[in-house]
Write a protein that binds this ligand. Sequence first.
Ligand SMILES: [Zn+2]
Length: 340
Amino acid sequence: MVILLGLVWDDRFLEISFSHPMIRDLSKQRIRKFIEGARRTLSFVEISPEQATEEVLKEVHTEEYVKSLKEVSKIPYIGFLDSGDTVHYPGIYEDVLLVVGSSLVAIARSKYIDQIYVPLGGFHHALPGKAMGFCPVNDVAIAVKRLTRSGEKVAIVDVDAHHGNGLQEILYRDPVLKLNIFAYNGNFFPGTGRPEERGEGEGANLNYNIGLPLGSGDDVFEESLSFLDLIRDFSPSYVIVIAGVDGMKDDNLASLSLTPYSFHILGKKIEKLQRELSFNVIGYGGGGYGECSHLGMLAFLAGLSKLSLTSVGVDTTKTVTDPSVSHEARRRMDKLRIRT
Ligand SMILES: [Zn+2]
């Protein structure tokens, strides 16, 4: 079986960031460094997105919210959509449509391409009626709802420093397996993601909040990936992976202490399961605000492509977690396993 990798790309991505003005440059730089590195080291099919329509946004977002997004897009200066994280700027509405269009083209092309990566995507904090945490739209929720409506069985692996509260809330009652791996201490943004939240209705027992203690390194992260074995029993036709790299140790929003090694094994594990179960993969770039964030993204794709870390120019030593932190991480994971 030859697995083909597709990458959704448009040069307009180089100028798009919904992050706080303090880190907008870093987040744009990440996308630029990523595409330069990807073109140099990986082989993939490039896929062009088209703008989505207003109706598509309304599949998940409220009429009032979509209207307000359109209105702020006409204001000739930068402001905030929420209480101080997510920016609006002239033309943001068109950028949001392009971001959502990336998911639509990924779904359309996934009929022919086994793995598709959307570097500028994975805005998992946005709620139906409001923007949150640098996320003006929940592109992943729109994609997952579309897939399940067309009869696909979907599993989500949401890896990021932050719990995907919006995605969890929107899909809480849907028959979608959700494996959320993030930094958790009850306070750290967005503060959600309690292990007791296991889903309701058709989504009962399908939501897993694998909240790792702050400071967890590559060894703990690798252990948490054992939860991906649940994908085998669920047997999905699609696995959606948010591979957010803001848990890397050099990130400005420091929380976890990961290196590209973690994202490489994440990619490798997904590829192995894909080979075994023959599902489609759609991956998203998620968050990342450090000088080396792009290396985490390249490492993930190297893992998916069965390439070594060094082949994408990454030379890394795996981080080892402080024993008291890894003890706490293991305690939490064991508790979650007992609950299942
Ligand atoms: Zn994040």
